[in-house]
Ligand binder design. Structure first.
Ligand SMILES: [Zn+2]
Length: 314
């Protein structure tokens, strides 16, 4: 795992060229990088949209490195079988709450992967100026959620926004455990998180699970993927959970919640969180938007064969 991720982060060009054929297959099965139309729903008193930030190209094995290859392959979607890489969509949620225009995560920006970082362009295509965003709530500090905070010119991408970060997540990335507790190949994640956080430190509000961002939008603990990972619960009807990276794959995260993806910082806690969240979603019949689920990432959860199943809304 470590060698592959290092290559991904430090030598992106060689990685992409060397894996060209496999990537072509994975990307061919992927949603569009630039969603032609943003996706809209109404949730209670909120207008909720999903804007694509493009997609990531990731080693397929990362989804469950401890599971024997044949068993892992059988769980993949047909377009992913036999591929060394797969395309993981990146769905950013936008909430209009009265006068507030709230983004949940800021996307990858231009320094992570060439297939991602399309959020600002896709917002503009939808007629939403970067200056109109009043608030950004981060689910966690990984590159595909945080690094879009800063634009190509090293300025704030969303210059008028205030920022909301879970205190546990902020403290993790700023603390010694980020460097000492993560594999060495993720040192770049720590540098990037600190660089982006430093730019917003005078405009940030710390929150904890249970807090309300604004009336009707509540922070939910979904830690494990990272130490302070949070989701958001939007009030209305049976509820809507914006899950972030608690559930990252439309089959594996639901049918095999006990499998441990390489991206989870605290694998056992992430398993517990997935089971708790899936049970809640299936029981309450709440809607879910998953950051990495097939665009727009919206669906519901059903129980199936002692585990769960994602039912896309579209
Ligand atoms: Zn992610």
């Amino acid at each position: 795992m470590s060698r592959e991720l290092t290559r991904l982060l430090l030598d992106r060009r060689r990685f992409l060229v060397g894996a060209g054929a496999a990537i072509a297959g994975a990307v061919g099965a992927a949603p569009q990088s630039h969603a032609a139309e943003p996706f809209h729903i109404t949730q209670g008193s909120f207008a909720v949209s999903v804007i694509s930030d493009g997609h990531l190209v990731l080693p397929t094995r990362f989804l469950a490195p401890e599971i024997p290859s044949p068993e892992r392959e059988a769980a993949f979607q047909s377009g992913e079988r036999g591929q060394e890489q797969y395309a993981s969509p990146t769905n950013v949620t936008l909430i209009r709450a009265g006068a507030e225009l709230i983004l949940v995560d800021a996307g990858s920006g231009s320094h992570f992967m060439p297939t991602a970082g399309k959020l600002a362009a896709n917002l503009e295509a939808a007629g939403i100026r970067r200056e109109a965003i009043t608030q950004i709530v981060f689910t966690h500090g990984h590159p595909d959620h945080l690094w879009g905070t800063i634009d190509d010119l090293d300025d704030l991408t969303f210059p008028q926004a205030r920022y909301v970060v879970a205190a546990a997540e902020w403290n993790f990335w700023q603390g010694d455990n980020a460097l000492n507790g993560l594999p060495a190949d993720r040192a770049g994640f720590v540098t990037g998180a600190r660089r982006n956080y430093a730019r917003i430190k005078n405009k940030v509000q710390m929150v904890k699970p249970g807090d309300e961002i604004t009336p009707g939008i509540r922070v939910v603990d979904s830690s494990g993927h990272t130490q302070g990972h949070v989701s958001l619960e939007i009030a209305g009807a049976d509820g809507l959970i914006i899950g972030g990276d608690a559930l990252t794959h439309p089959v594996i995260s639901f049918a095999h919640p006990q499998w441990r993806p390489a991206a989870d910082h605290e694998p056992e806690r992430a398993v517990q969180t997935r089971r708790r969240l899936l049970d809640r979603l299936a029981t309450d019949r709440s809607k879910l938007i998953g950051f990495h689920l097939p665009y727009p990432g919206l669906g519901t959860v059903e129980r199936k064969d002692g585990a769960f199943r994602f039912v896309p809304a579209t």
